[in-house]
Design a protein around this ligand. Structure first.
Ligand code: URA
Length: 229
């Protein structure tokens, strides 16, 4: 128990969980099962995807939900190998937030431009559903992740869980900043743009169309381009 507490304390100070993060027992056990089934996979917390320009170049942060088991949990890069990544990376490229060709592999050479991608929960959850305690546990990484980007001006939150965890990371009550697709809220000098998650479920059911998703990023592009130097 003492070792666990010490690990938790160290983790509080870090932007990334340790590769064998013990904080959420259920997620730790789930990953352990996948390490046995698929030893060649990443099977660990998925780190934030940073641009080549480094932390100081980041103006936009995208906050997803959690790695998919056969996607980011397999490849080790957010939204890579996940169905959701096809729409996300295609849209980022269209609005100038990436360069290179996305090929759903971490070695495809795709580079983010002034943008970074992270997840509210860094470990793959069973059935893509993190529970409340896991979401709040993992906020100890989301908060310093946001804080490290000193030039950050925009965040896109994908889905209600990412939205609420981001609002809480700012120490704000979610009731004051409710989720709505296409919604925009300013917290300090950072504008939070909310979108339905670009999951296969949401696009298949028509809750989120490609046009709806692109329109959020068109708003982000306009907002960033219109900011004074
Ligand atoms: N892959 C991720 O990394 N995050 C999501 O939210 C969905 C898929």
């Amino acid at each position: 128990m003492e070792i666990r507490a010490a690990l938790c304390f160290l983790a509080v100070m870090s932007v990334e969980p340790s590769p064998d993060c013990p904080i959420c027992q259920r997620l730790h056990d789930f990953i352990a099962e996948w390490r046995i089934k698929e030893p060649s996979w990443h099977n660990a917390p998925v780190p934030t995807f940073l641009p080549v320009g480094g932390i100081d170049s980041v103006k936009l942060l995208i906050v997803g939900l959690a790695p998919g088991v056969r996607g980011a949990n397999r490849t080790g890069r957010p939204f890579t190998g996940d169905y959701a990544g096809d729409l996300l990376y295609g849209t980022l490229s269209e609005f100038g937030f990436s360069r290179g060709t996305f090929a759903a592999r971490p070695d495809d050479g795709l580079e983010l431009v002034n943008a970074s991608i992270t997840n509210a929960v860094r470990c793959v959850p069973p059935e893509n559903k993190p529970v409340g305690g896991e979401i709040s546990n993992c906020r100890r990484f989301l908060t310093p992740t946001i804080e490290q980007f000193t030039n950050l001006r925009a965040i896109v939150t994908l889905g209600t869980i990412a939205h609420q965890s981001t609002i809480r990371a700012f120490g704000q009550p979610v009731a004051k900043f409710p989720f709505s697709h296409g919604g925009q809220n300013d917290i300090g000098n950072i504008r939070i743009f909310s979108s339905y998650h670009c999951s296969r479920y949401n696009t298949n059911t028509g809750r989120l169309t490609t046009e709806m998703f692109k329109s959020v990023f068109a708003d982000v592009r306009r907002y960033l381009d219109d900011l004074p130097e």
